[in-house]
Design a protein around this ligand. Structure first.
Ligand SMILES: Nc1ncnc2c1ncn2[C@@H]1O[C@H](COP(=O)(O)OP(=O)(O)OP(=O)(O)O)[C@@H](O)[C@H]1O
Ligand SMILES: [Mg+2]
Length: 244
């Protein structure tokens, strides 16, 4: 438990983020991105390709500190990061990639996690021997095993077949149900955002600003077609209003 008075929420207040190109030109990527997540809350970031989603996640995780504004992360928070590209250590087996990130994981826990993520039989394989989808699952295992308090996931379920993606979404929902993990998930898939998130943060094209925030109070699992259709319509309206 964090000490009394310690930061509990994730508070993001980015006024501006820009990159400078080799030719010296400035590229504005993020503009006035303000939101908070409560402990255990799942936020989904949705927005067009190239708008600045990965840049936002890197700032939230503390990997990029070159921006105007402030990010306050939960105190004593352990970070789990599922990168857009799996980024495994090529000279370590799949299991060792997880052990290195989460040394306190016992062998039974590791086996259960590999089994839950459909990785049984791949523990001793090296990243070069894994398909893209398998490598992505090892990177999920690595982030889950770290027992994160803050979990950021950058399009974690792309390039997986529909049934497997559905199963892994279930594993993420189960992880969040077991213990409060403040989670920020980037996705292109509105259905995925609606299935998993407590709050959807819709971004504009670059420079990304927040077009709208949609709260979903209905518990995961109880979200039927009517709610999904309503949220889809709300999102379409926000995009249309912004000309996005
Ligand atoms: N290190 C960098 N230096 C310069 N420009 C960058 C850098 N990283 C990202 N960019 C630019 O910032 C913009 C936003 O990139 P970012 O990767 O955050 O977008 P994204 O929304 O994650 O895209 P995608 O949906 O394709 O993953 C892009 O125009 C990209 O070219
Ligand atoms: Mg990205």
């Amino acid at each position: 438990m964090p000490p009394a008075g310690a930061q509990r929420t994730l508070d993001v207040a980015i006024q501006r983020k820009s990159f400078r190109s080799a030719s010296g030109e400035s590229l504005d990527v993020l503009k006035d991105i303000n939101f908070s997540l409560e402990p255990g809350e799942v936020g989904a970031i949705a927005g067009p390709s190239g708008c600045g989603k990965t840049t936002l996640l890197r700032i939230v995780a503390g990997l990029d500190t070159d921006f105007t504004g402030a990010v306050r992360r939960p105190a004593q928070g352990r970070l789990g990061y599922v990168f857009q590209e799996p980024r495994l250590l090529a000279w370590r087996s799949a299991a060792d990639n997880v052990r290195i990130a989460a040394p306190e994981t016992d062998e039974a826990g590791l086996e259960a996690l590999f089994s839950a993520l459909g990785l049984a039989g791949h523990a001793d394989h090296y990243p070069g021997e894994l398909s893209g989808g398998l490598a992505r699952r090892v990177s999920l295992a690595r982030a889950f095993a770290a027992r994160p308090d803050l979990l950021v996931l950058d399009e974690p379920f792309v390039s997986l077949d529909a049934a497997l993606a559905e199963r892994l979404r279930g594993e993420l929902a189960a992880l969040v149900a077991r213990r409060p993990v403040t989670t920020l998930l980037v996705t292109h898939d509105i259905e995925e955002a609606i299935a998993l998130a407590d709050r959807i943060i819709l971004l504009s094209p670059r420079p990304a600003r927040i077009l709208g925030e949609l709260r979903i109070d209905t518990p995961r699992g109880g979200r039927g077609l009517a709610l999904t259709n309503k949220l889809r319509a709300d999102i379409a309206q926000l995009n249309a209003a912004a000309g996005a």
